[in-house]
Design a protein around this ligand. Structure first.
Ligand SMILES: CC(C)(COP(=O)(O)OP(=O)(O)OC[C@H]1O[C@@H](n2cnc3c(N)ncnc32)[C@H](O)[C@@H]1OP(=O)(O)O)[C@@H](O)C(=O)NCCC(=O)NCCSC(=O)CCCC(=O)O
Ligand SMILES: Cc1cc2nc3c(=O)[nH]c(=O)nc-3n(C[C@H](O)[C@H](O)[C@H](O)COP(=O)(O)OP(=O)(O)OC[C@H]3O[C@@H](n4cnc5c(N)ncnc54)[C@H](O)[C@@H]3O)c2cc1C
Length: 616
């Protein structure tokens, strides 16, 4: 598995390099973006063992290293002369980075760092490609000078010989074992014992250790978390695409599969004519579109912020961090659960490997955990919302993505219910702001009753999580609304296309409204008639979008190789492909399997003999 993945990943890397040289010679960005792309990921079904090299190792060298360090390590990494990974998580700690136990002690006598993983729990555990593929890594450790902790730092560490690939002395490296999916990624473990690296192997763009051991602090300590921010943006994009892939498969299958007449005596319809099937499939298509747009916005914001950070302007970092967290959580949760709903929408065949929905699920699901476990990131956003609420109370302006919070805070009550898109969007935002206010009050009451701030965060965790979740909904829905209704290029769209987009907006807003009806009713009075009217609109818009479902998923433009699904091929020959896949199964190579003589026959014979004996 691992060797096939490495082979495919290298083939993809070479192809992309040649494309880069042809279309963007000298440019640096297109190649990593393409290598992390869902197309590549899909073409390596057991996972890309080079992805952490491309997404994190090369980026961290560029963004956290000085120019000289980039020349020494980064250029070779970008050129794939060395392959690395990002080794941060340990057996004992992934979330709580201040609890990491790997240590780097500065030895001013030799101007080296001595790296150690002193306990079993401090072994690095999980880094992608670490098991067998990489010969370098970025080793994240607590920095100590004269035994005094200075916080986290990153070190470039060679772990294998460049010629023989043998682990170097002092390095204990290996594979962590079989996983639910992504088994080609060879996620690894790493222990270091008194492993020395030169002083200039510590990445020093933002913080430095001088030869005499003086420590120069980073102007903003969180900048060392920046590699994670990038991958959170990538998760938003990749997971939207996994959902789009699954939605394409389920939609194509749903217009081929026929089952159960709707009217007595009528022929069996395509299953997509059943309203409940529409409700399983069409909202997922729309969710994929909505998230793709949000992820594209996030990516632009990342690019602008990364440029600024490179120039040591850190002012936009907090907003990017908040948005990257919330979109990473929203897209990973919604794609994971959405893909499972889509699998169920394909009935029994959805459970076959040939449909590929299991593998897409296995690719999407771990993003709920890696790069910041989702509940932990919800709490992180919840804390940021608390801070922003204090700003609101102090009459200060908020960051643009939270400006709606100030607006809603000024409303003494919710305006007259109209059911318009603006009204639905406002209802979601209003419920979010109400939840922020309640969480803030609970948190403050706890602090005032002598709880520490961190304990108060823990005990207000459910309310903080709710506020964060609704903030995600508000941001995503607000972004979609702007792009459909207020986009400057709206007038270049044909009326038919605009109508499809507006139907998607209608469905998205109503769907989110129903999902959070309980949260909304806590803050807004809505009558039963008003809710029933929305129910009718939901049924209507599903019907309206039904004829466009195939065209929208075709527009995602996944070719058959990427979908790798007997259920989701463009030509719709589902049954032929399912049969073809079944016939390829190794058990079908022989008419009589080996286990017949070895096990089954003696078992049945023994039973027959026993039965005969008991009759005698
Ligand atoms: C949970 C937190 C966010 C908490 O951090 P903390 O230091 O305890 O901080 P705190 O007191 O809550 O916050 C302190 C402050 O730091 C801010 N902050 C936190 N993270 C960032 C950031 N990324 N950018 C910018 N700012 C950040 C917070 O908002 C706080 O700000 P403030 O002081 O309140 O203004 C953090 O430790 C964390 O990110 N943990 C998750 C670890 C993680 O994501 N690991 C990823 C490993 S690599 C990986 O998984 C690769 C997979 C790739 C693949 O396979 O494709
Ligand atoms: C497929 C995959 C690839 C990975 N690749 C890499 C990689 O390349 N490099 C790397 O360094 N790491 C990698 N990781 C590790 C990953 O980043 C961590 O698993 C992740 O950050 C979560 O940390 P954890 O496993 O320690 O979970 P834990 O933090 O132990 O989480 C367990 C439970 O505890 C809860 N919890 C923890 N802290 C809190 C809190 N403060 N408040 C409330 N609840 C809390 C969580 O919500 C969760 O429910 C990878 C992981 C996976 C699954």
């Amino acid at each position: 598995m691992a060797s096939m993945s490495v082979k495919h990943a290298i083939a993809a890397a070479k192809k992309l390099r040649s494309l880069q040289e042809r279309f963007n010679p000298g440019g640096s960005d297109i190649y990593p973006a393409l290598m992390g792309d869902e197309a590549i990921t899909a073409l390596i079904p057991s996972g890309n063992p080079l992805s952490v090299h491309i997404l994190m190792f090369t980026r961290a060298l560029r963004e956290q290293g000085t120019d000289e360090q980039y020349e020494k390590f980064g250029r070779r990494a970008d050129n794939n002369e060395i392959i690395g990974t990002f080794a941060q998580t340990e057996l004992g700690h992934g979330t709580y980075l201040r609890g990491l136990e790997a240590r780097a002690d500065y030895d001013r006598g030799t101007e080296e760092f001595v790296l150690n993983t002193p306990k079993l729990s401090s072994y690095k555990w999980w880094p992608g490609g670490l098991g067998q593929t990489c010969n370098y890594c970025i080793f994240v450790a607590q920095l100590y000078i004269d035994n005094e902790a200075k916080g986290m730092a990153m070190f470039v560490v060679q772990i294998r010989d460049e010629e023989t690939h043998m682990p170097l002395p002092g390095v204990h490296v290996g594979e962590i074992g079989k996983k639910m999916g992504l088994n080609g990624v060879n996620n690894g473990f790493l222990g270091l014992k008194d492993y020395r690296v030169p002083r200039l192997n510590m990445l020093m763009r933002h913080q430095q250790v001088l030869p005499d051991g003086r420590f120069v602090k980073s102007p903003v300590s969180q900048v060392s978390y920046f590699p994670m921010v990038f991958v959170r943006c990538m998760v938003a994009r990749q997971n939207s695409n996994y959902l789009a892939q699954a939605a394409t498969i389920a939609t194509r299958y749903s217009v081929i599969r026929r089952q159960s007449p709707i009217e007595e005596g009528q022929p069996e319809p395509k299953i997509l004519e059943h309203l409940t099937q529409q409700m399983k499939v069409i909202p997922e298509i729309v969710t994929a579109v909505v998230y793709r747009l949000a992820a594209a916005n996030l990516q632009n914001m990342y690019n602008e912020t990364a440029e600024a950070v490179y120039r040591k302007d850190f002012s936009r970092l907090p907003e990017l961090h908040a948005l990257a967290c919330i979109l990473k959580v929203a897209t990973s949760y919604d794609s994971t659960y959405g893909i499972e709903r889509l699998r169920q929408a394909c009935g029994g065949h959805g459970y076959l490997t040939a449909g590929n929905l299991g593998n897409i699920f296995a690719m999407a699901a771990p993003a709920c955990t890696y790069e910041g476990e989702n509940s932990v990131l919800y709490l992180q956003v919840g804390k940021i919302l608390m801070k922003n609420w204090s700003q609101v109370l102090a009459g200060r302006e908020l960051m643009p993505s939270m400006a709606y919070i100030s607006e809603c805070s000024k409303m003494t009550s919710f305006p007259q219910w109209t059911g318009s898109w603006e009204c639905l969007l406002k209802a979601i935002q209003y419920a979010c702001v109400g939840s922020i206010r309640l969480a803030f009050q609970s948190y403050n009451a706890r602090v005032q009753s002598a709880q520490s701030q961190t304990a108060a965060v823990n005990y207000s965790g459910l309310e903080l999580t709710k506020a964060a979740e609704l903030h995600g909904r508000s941001y995503v829905a607000g972004n979609f609304y702007q792009q459909i209704v207020n986009s400057p290029n709206k007038h270049q769209r044909s009326p038919q296309f605009q109508k499809v987009l507006e139907n998607m907006l209608e469905l998205h807003l109503i769907q989110i409204f129903f999902r959070h009806l309980g949260d909304i009713l806590r803050f807004i009075r809505i009558t039963e008639d008003e809710i029933s009217a929305l129910q009718r609109r939901l049924e209507e818009v599903l019907k309206e979008l039904r004829p466009d479902a195939v065209a929208i998923t075709d527009a995602f433009d996944f070719n058959d190789k990427i979908l790798s699904s007997a259920l989701g091929c463009y030509d719709g020959n589902v049954y032929e492909r399912l049969f073809e896949a079944a016939l390829k199964h190794p058990l079908n190579r022989k008419s009589v399997p080996d286990f017949f003589e070895a096990h089954l026959k003696p078992f049945m014979k023994e039973n027959a003999d026993n039965a005969k004996k008991s009759k005698l």
